[in-house]
Write a protein that binds this ligand. Structure first.
Ligand code: HEC
Length: 136
């Protein structure tokens, strides 16, 4: 991840890399079974819907409000073991988070959310949208 992307400590980064980025970033490594119909339709659908909700590759383009909400969502889906999707974990044991790994991601998401919240209080301007306009 580049500097302007989601600031993630290296331990959290490797967990997100292992468990989330295949469906929540532009860096999808398509598994072999994703080439086999009809499984491929489900895999593509999961990745498309996953990216729609949260695309870590597009993090810098999200408004601070949206980042804040997504960080709260990340904390809650991890805590409730809703993510990574159970059907994915069945085929990708490496994506499973242990209790302590889950706790690591959870605590980071909560902390990062507080940081983003503080930043948006200081700068309520939708600065990300502004940056986008300038660069277009
Ligand atoms: C196999 C693909 C896949 C993996 C792996 C995966 N997700 Fe998801 N994720 C999805 C899909 C699909 C949705 C949309 C679910 C829906 O619409 O009901 C989603 C939704 C979400 C949402 C939004 C929740 C909401 O209520 O809208 C968050 C936050 C999220 N995922 C975080 C994560 C995190 C964090 C990880 C890793 C620990 C992860 N996901 C791993 C596919 C995945």
């Amino acid at each position: 991840m580049k500097a302007e992307e989601l600031p993630v400590p290296s331990d959290v980064k490797s967990l997100l890399g292992r468990s989330c980025v295949n469906c929540h970033s532009d860096q999808t490594t398509w598994p072999w079974y994703s080439y086999v119909a009809p499984v491929s339709w489900f895999v593509e659908r999961d990745v498309r819907r996953g990216r729609d909700r949260l695309n870590l590759s597009q993090w810098p383009e999200y408004s601070l409000k949206r980042q804040e909400r997504l960080l709260a969502d990340i904390a809650s889906v991890v805590k409730n073991r809703e993510m990574p999707l159970p059907q994915y974990v069945l085929l990708h044991r490496e994506a499973k988070l242990s209790d302590s790994e889950l706790e690591t991601v959870y605590r980071w998401a909560r902390l990062e959310r507080r940081r983003v919240k503080a930043a948006s209080a200081i700068s309520p301007r939708p600065e990300n949208a502004m940056q986008r306009r300038v660069s277009q």
